[in-house]
Design a protein around this ligand. Structure first.
Ligand code: HEC
Ligand code: HEC
Length: 248
C-alpha cells in the first residue's frame, strides 16, 4: 500500500492548476447585475441568497473558492459531473462568451461570508474518540491503507486551495460531504482531477469516513475567506481590468 501512497503524493505534486489567474473574470459585463440577480433567484431556492444551503444535502457556496465553483458549473454543464438536479440547473444559465455568466455566479458566491452551519451526521453527536480519529486522518492520513492526509490538498484548516480549484471543506454541510465521499467511492462522481478522490474515498473504512466528516463539521469556516480576491473590484485590481480603481 506504500506505493499507492507514493503515487498519490506524486499526483498531488503534479496536479496542474485548473485555472490560471487570467481566467478571473474581472468586472461583470454591463447589465450582468440584473441578469445575475434573476439567475441567482433560481439558485437561491436551494443554495440560499446568502450562499448557505437550505437543507443539509444542498451544499453551502458562500466563501467557496471561485475556481472550484466555476469548474463545478462547467462540469455540470458538460456532463463531467452528473446530478439529476444540477445538470438541469446549469442549463438554465444562458450561454455567453467565455462563460461570463458562470464566472459572475462563481464570483458572487465566492465573495460571500461562509457561516458555520453545524449539522451532525446521523442522530448521535460525535464522540471525543471519533473527533480524535478524524483529526489524525485529516492531518496525517493512514499510511498503512495508502491514505494521504486530506490537509495536503484541502489545507490545514479546511480552507481549500483557490488557484488549484480544491474545495474548502470547513463550513460545508457534513451530510453533503459524506454523500460526496460515497459518490466518489461508488464512481457516481468522477470529475476529480486524476480521479484522486475516487482512490482516496475507496481507501477509507466507514469508521474513518464518519470520523473525518465529524471532525470537518466542527472546523471554523472563518479561515476560509481571504484565500483570494474577495469581490469584483479586488479581481479587477489584481488583473488590471479597464476602469478599475488602482490598487494601493
Ligand atoms: C432544486 C435545488 C437546487 C437548485 C435550484 C440549484 N442547486 Fe446547485 N446543487 C443542488 C444539489 C442537491 C447539489 C449537489 C449535487 C450532487 O452532488 O449531486 C448542488 C451542487 C451545486 C454546486 C457544487 C457545489 C460543491 O460544493 O461541489 C454548485 C457550484 C451549484 N450547485 C450551483 C448552483 C447554481 C449556480 C444554481 C442556480 C443556477 C443552482 N446550483 C441551483 C441543488 C440545487
Ligand atoms: C490529492 C489532493 C486531495 C487529497 C489528498 C484529498 N482531496 Fe478531497 N478533493 C480534491 C479535489 C481536487 C476535489 C474537487 C474535485 C472536483 O474538481 O470536482 C476534492 C473534493 C472533495 C470533496 C467534495 C467537496 C464538495 O464541495 O463537493 C470532499 C468531501 C473531499 N474532497 C474530502 C476529502 C477528504 C475527507 C480527504 C482525506 C481523507 C480528501 N478529500 C483528500 C483533492 C484532494
Amino acid at each position: 500500500m506504500k506505493s499507492a501512497l507514493a503515487a498519490l503524493l506524486i499526483a498531488i505534486a503534479i496536479l496542474p492548476p485548473v485555472y490560471g489567474k487570467d481566467d478571473y473574470h474581472g468586472l461583470p459585463p454591463a447589465g450582468a447585475a440584473t441578469q445575475g440577480a434573476a439567475l441567482l433567484a433560481v439558485c437561491a431556492a436551494c443554495h440560499g441568497m446568502n450562499g448557505i444551503g437550505m437543507s443539509p444535502t444542498h451544499p453551502n457556496l458562500a466563501g467557496q473558492g471561485y475556481n472550484y465553483i466555476l469548474k463545478q458549473l462547467e462540469n455540470f454543464r458538460s456532463g463531467a459531473r452528473k446530478s439529476s438536479i444540477m445538470t438541469g440547473m446549469a442549463m438554465t444559465i444562458p450561454p455567453s462568451p467565455k462563460h461570463a455568466n458562470l464566472k459572475d455566479i462563481a464570483a458572487y458566491f465566492s465573495q460571500l461570508k461562509p457561516m458555520w452551519t453545524y449539522v451532525a451526521v446521523g442522530a448521535v453527536p460525535a464522540t471525543a474518540a471519533q473527533l480524535q480519529l478524524g483529526k489524525i486522518i485529516y492531518r496525517r492520513g493512514n499510511a498503512a491503507e495508502g491514505l494521504p492526509a486530506c490537509a495536503a490538498c484541502h489545507g490545514l484548516n479546511g480552507e481549500g486551495n483557490g488557484p488549484m480549484a480544491i474545495p474548502a471543506l470547513a463550513g460545508q454541510h457534513a451530510p453533503y460531504m459524506l454523500g460526496e465521499l460515497q459518490r466518489f467511492a461508488s464512481g457516481r462522481r468522477t470529475n476529480s482531477p486524476g480521479q484522486v478522490m475516487y482512490t482516496i474515498s475507496r481507501a477509507m473504512t466507514a469508521d474513518e469516513e464518519n470520523a473525518v466528516i465529524a471532525y470537518l463539521a466542527q472546523l471554523n469556516p472563518d479561515q476560509v475567506l481571504g484565500m483570494g480576491p474577495k469581490n469584483f473590484t479586488a479581481y479587477a485590481q489584481l488583473h488590471g481590468a479597464p476602469g478599475a480603481p488602482k490598487a494601493h
